[in-house]
Design a protein around this ligand. Sequence first.
Ligand code: AGP
Length: 608
Amino acid sequence: MCGIVGYIGKKQAAPVILDGLARLEYRGYDSAGMAVFDGEKVNVTKAVGRLKVLEELTHGGETMPGLAGIGHTRWATHGAPNDVNSHPHFNKGKTITVVHNGIIENYISLRNKLTKKGYSFVSETDTEVAAQMLDYYYNGNPLETILKVLHRIEGSYALGIMFADHPGEIFAARKGSPLIVGQSSDGCFIASDVPAILRYTRKVYFVDEQEIVRLEADHMHFYTMDEEEIEKEATTIDWDANAAEKAGYEHFMLKEMYEQPKTVTDTLTPRLKKDRIEIEELGLGDEEIRQIRKIHIVACGSAYHAGVTGKYVLEGLARIPVEVDLASEFRYRNPILEEGAMVIAVSQSGETADTLAAMREAKLKGFQVLGIVNVVGSSIAREADHVMYTWAGPEIAVATTKAYSAQLIAFYLLAVKFAFVRETIDDTMYRLLLRDLRRLPDQIELLLNSKEKIQHFANRYIGARDVFFIGRGIDYAISLEGSLKLKEISYIHSEAYAAGELKHGTISLIEEGTLVAAVSTQPALYQKTISNMVEVRARGAFLLAVTNVGNREIEKVSDYTIYIPETNPFFTNSLAIIPLQLFGYYVAVGKGCDVDKPRNLAKSVTVE
Ligand code: AGP
């Protein structure tokens, strides 16, 4: 998504902004720009393409001297990626400049009103409308002007704003799109996300919904939409600065795959006491847990896939009925939520627009929402009634791995805890499940360390055109994620199918040499999956099997078999996904794809 960086202080603003935008590149963008006040006027430079085009244009910021500025990397939503549509946008005379992340949904009607008042527009963007509205309402008082405009905007925004006749301050405002501000001894900062300013300060403030911030070189003031000044608590970011760097790996994605043992440990340990699970942070007592009559899981992408596994585990262990919805569907189908239902919103970024909207829809209907979220202080984390953090640390690669693995752990913890409280498992089963949970980090490590085998196999499929992933039950959920990992970073078409469903149409696509990855980790379903493997093999498929150690019978029908260590069938997803992540990664690397920043994708989809 779009990235925003602003600065005002003692240092030259342009280099700080360029550096901050570079650390937001992972969010996905197609153009960049910045505006800097040079003491007399605001200079604006913007360029389509990668950030280095802007860096070269401005000689690393040298052509834009000044101590206050705002910058932006744009992921196009309104208007093609080009120099004119890129941000910052401004009014005539550039006395007001704006950078924006989000969507102004009523921009067309606002634009028509301004056109009737004699305004003209050079871009196709909604953001330029905001700049012109600020111009229209400007009365010499920036804060009053901003408030007038924000009261008339519908939709979402994270804004950075500068007024040339107020050179000692810059402004920020947020509604629906993430925004933070920070302070150091050298000045104050605006950013879409923490990595942008982490090298300058660890003291940040998460701007809340409909808050406005006035930043001066050595101070910040926070306001509500009623122009009431408020105090806010700072958050100290304790991430290791390297956490946002590659730490010697070729790609963030590989680094994050190898962080999975730690991620799983960090998500488990605080909640695994000696002989029981404690998830006090949920604020759910045993009686409330017993009263849960249904669970609705809402999420997108890989978080949705984790939710599909969550369904099998929660139903299998705690015997609670579970529905899993794509958040983009849930939010518009006027969902029926039963008395006693619990909604779980799953999101790594905590900013995914569809998931945020789905959560708000559930809350509007009066239901409690539990957020399973990775980014501390993100919108979903702040708006959910209960939060279960996944403690995966910053995930930079667009293709999620460690955060997804942590989401699985969150669901296991909920399922086992709920099962024990609701007495659908006994003490013995509880102890065995806890034992198997504790073993997962080492078992994941084991699979990661045998990457050569899958790397060698992956090299054979760099030229593949279609790849199918099949499985039953939890193996189907694993197939969904394995397929997404491959296609989103290698651009090879792939589909995941419930193995029993193939014969209802899709099997017609199987040709000689088509790769089918069969996931078979559920002993009760081994034979069923083998029969599906025989079906596709008879039509020429090449079979990669991922199965439990000891299930040697599968080798009769599998051309290439990967074994995962023994664990409880409810937890196999955490292990079987590792070779599938590695497979997708090495195919993409073999194809020379931009693994960390795949085309068309963004790390956090904060617009519809
Ligand atoms: C997964 O690799 C993708 N990056 C994407 O599907 C992602 O899982 C989805 O957009 C949801 O993001 P969230 O977890 O931040 O809400």
